[in-house]
Write a protein that binds this ligand. Structure first.
Ligand code: FE2
Length: 192
């Protein structure tokens, strides 16, 4: 990371760096790890996201596209950088991201990440189901990556809004992926 100037790093420079990572690195794990480190540097620069989204001091909830890149990505082109301005208590159901990897960064606020995995009889459960196997809180400047097939859910645990940045290695509406019912183990294909 020595080559990155931390005080002057910009969204544009980050986009260029991510493009180069996709072009020069074929291992998706190394891609995810490297992009995560770059996103941390970008998130350490104050003010740019509020300015980009023209956010007021409160509210402004929703999802916003920051960059869609048709030149590179994994496993196919079309990586997507987006921001979500989340309400207090905003959550989602456990889901995976298909064949893509994703990076979740918290620019400001705090979200809880829970991870889930399949468990079968003989592995401490009576019936096949997904079980939690860890949780952590991400707060200002934290970024974490999730590998293809990993299952997680998120919850905004901030009393106010959380500003979350997500990078999808290929835009998720282009891949088949699933949502999970914790009680029954039922899976459904997520809407595109
Ligand atoms: Fe996710």
């Amino acid at each position: 990371m020595a080559q990155v100037q931390t005080t002057t790093y910009t969204l544009e420079a980050f986009i260029e760096d991510v493009r180069n990572i996709f072009k020069n690195e074929i291992d998706p794990h190394v891609q995810a790890k490297t992009v995560t480190e770059h996103l941390k540097v970008l998130m350490a620069v104050p003010g740019w996201l509020e300015e980009k989204l023209e956010l007021e001091a409160e509210g402004g909830y929703g999802r916003f596209s920051l960059h869609l890149d048709e030149e590179s990505g994994h496993p196919g082109n079309g990586w997507w950088l987006m921001a979500s301005v989340q309400k207090p208590g905003q959550d989602n159901l456990p889901h995976d991201h298909g064949v893509t990897w994703v990076v979740y960064g918290v620019y400001k606020g705090s979200i809880q990440q829970r991870k889930w995995r399949w468990a079968f009889p003989g592995e401490g459960v009576d019936k096949a189901q997904i079980v939690e196997h860890g949780r952590f809180i991400q707060t200002d400047g934290d970024a974490a990556y999730f590998m293809p097939g990993e299952i997680h859910d998120t919850l905004n645990v901030e009393e106010g809004r959380s500003l979350v940045i997500r990078l999808e290695s290929q835009k998720l509406d282009r891949v088949t992926r699933f949502q999970y019912n914790v009680e029954t183990g039922a899976m459904i294909v997520m809407d595109r």
